[in-house]
Design a protein around this ligand. Structure first.
Ligand code: NAD
Length: 476
């Protein structure tokens, strides 16, 4: 049985309760884990506060050294961790390897910043005084993570937090705790001091983290409704928050685009991780002149995305993570078809014995989708793509921005004036121009509108785990 990690101890839930983690491809039990609650969050927050007293006072260069060593050790375990992620989440082994690798790389990237972020020296009107602006860690930070990219999204929070001298109470989604535990375990084996990162499990622990008085900042990745609840609740304690929420990223393909590159980008962008990605091509707008040609190329790629158990080398797309998630996407497809949309590809469940016990779904392309269909208005968190013919960039931009979300966006065009307009006018935290929808460590990442606020990745993320303090030295 797996345990939580609190002050380096392998802890059971105070209540003694447990629950099962199941494999979305087979329904089999992968492991039994503690069902933590508020009492466990309290233990973890106390442990993190205790560790903060020493971790925050280490020389930043020493913290960087410890984190590099820990990340290096964790990275030596990618091949052990990847199958754990596949078994609990469903994604293919290739996707799991990439993700586990990203976890370690993210820790190392922020470790590099630990001793390189500086404050400021400020001249003051009285020349016998001067000012400094220094950066201090915040204290204990809460990290609440969803199930779609359990490791990447945990690292996005843990890495900048601990590099900046904070300590963390981390809560993975209840259905994907095992690979997170394995990563944190590997960091501790690699020398991360006990109590710097504590992992609590269970369904009710998120709210307890938001409420806990010792926890000063909350970083949540999750759905927009959860973000709203967390924001309201965090207001009680006037806590700092970063909210990375839902998205419905538009992708525009214009007549002069490189269609082969666009089809590849769209296929990866929509179907990676079985479509369960925040940054993903979720609405496709294609200009009239290349509509048929682009769809032909896209169709050829999507036809190769064989669904299957993520552990099977032949699988190109794992199952959906849960029954509820599949039912949601199926209902969105049904709604579109009911309103007159045509299914160009997929639209159902793959058939055969290997699919009987998992939450499999076919990669799906929908065309002639009416404007009032749910797939245009809601986030589609699965492998279904609505496509719409557009006459020009004006129409594409109007439709693209007609969404409550503003996470990612992309455009494929050879016309740089059109690209520039799209960059300026698309309401989103990220715009890719003729490029795969990949988030980079170096670039701040975060949404606008109902996709949340605050940044992960980049210097901005590091700074968001610090407080600026002004200091005046007199009599000098
Ligand atoms: P979710 O909102 O249901 O849960 C996310 C996490 O929040 C889980 O750990 C959950 O236990 C916890 N939680 C739920 N209710 C809570 C509450 N009231 N207080 C505190 N914690 C609470 O999301 P999900 O279904 O696990 O993930 C899918 C969603 O996440 C999608 O909407 C997706 O777009 C979004 N997402 C966003 C990003 C991004 O960076 N913007 C990345 C990945 C996923």
């Amino acid at each position: 049985m797996a345990t939580m990690i609190i002050e380096g101890e392998r802890a059971k839930a105070v209540s003694g309760k447990t629950y099962e983690v199941r494999n979305p491809a087979t329904g089999e039990v992968v492991d039994v884990v503690p069902a933590g609650g508020a009492a466990d969050v309290d233990k973890a927050a106390q442990a993190a506060a205790k560790a903060f007293a020493t971790w925050s006072k280490l020389a930043p260069a020493k913290r960087a050294e410890i984190l590099h060593k820990a990340a290096h050790h964790m990275l030596s375990k990618v091949e052990e961790i990847a199958p754990i992620l596949t078994k609990e989440q469903g994604k293919t082994l290739l996707e799991s390897r990439l993700e586990a690798q990203r976890f370690g790389e993210n820790i190392a990237w922020f470790a590099d910043l630990a001793d390189k972020v500086h404050g400021q020296h400020v001249s003051l009107p009285d020349t016998t005084t001067y000012g400094l602006v220094i950066r201090m860690p915040i204290g204990v930070c809460g990290a609440i993570v969803p199930w779609n990219f359990p490791l990447t999204l945990a690292a996005n929070k843990v890495a900048p937090a601990i590099a900046a001298g904070n300590t963390v109470v981390l809560k993975p989604a209840s259905t994907t705790p095992l690979s997170t535990l394995a990563c944190i375990e590997a960091l501790i084996e690699g020398g991360l001091p006990e109590g710097v990162v504590n992992v609590v499990l269970g369904t009710a622990t998120g709210e307890a983290i938001v409420d806990h008085p010792l926890i000063r900042k909350i970083a949540l990745t999750g759905s927009t409704p959860t973000g709203k609840k967390v924001m309201a609740r965090a207001a009680e304690g006037l806590k700092k928050i970063t909210l990375e929420l839902g998205g419905s990223d538009p992708c525009i393909v214009l007549d002069d685009a490189d269609l082969e590159a666009a089809a590849k980008g769209i296929s990866i962008g929509r179907y990676f991780n079985c479509g369960q990605a925040c940054l993903a091509v979720k609405r496709l707008y294609v200009q009239d002149g290349v509509y048929d040609a682009l769809l032909e190329k896209l169709l050829a790629r999507v036809a190769k995305l064989k669904p299957g158990n993520g552990l099977d080398k032949a699988s190109r797309m794992g199952p959906m993570h849960s029954e509820t998630q599949r039912a949601e996407v199926e209902a969105q497809i049904k709604d579109a078809v009911g309103r007159g949309a045509k299914v160009l590809f997929g639209g159902g469940r793959p058939t055969g014995e290997e699919y009987d016990n998992g939450w499999f779904i076919e990669p799906t392309i929908l065309v002639d989708v009416p404007d009032d269909a749910r797939v245009w208005k809601e986030e589609v968190f699965g492998p279904a793509l609505p496509v719409r013919r557009i006459k020009d960039l004006d129409e594409a931009l109007r439709l693209a921005n007609d969404s409550p979300f503003g996470l990612g966006s992309s455009i494929w065009t050879a016309n740089m004036a059109h690209a520039r307009r799209a960059v300026q006018e698309l309401e989103a935290g990220y715009t890719w121009v003729n490029a795969l929808q990949i988030a980079h460590d170096e670039l701040p990442f975060g949404g606008v509108k109902q996709s949340g606020f605050g940044k992960e990745h980049g210097l901005e993320a590091y700074n968001s785990y610090t407080e600026q303090k002004s200091v005046v030295y007199g009599g000098v």
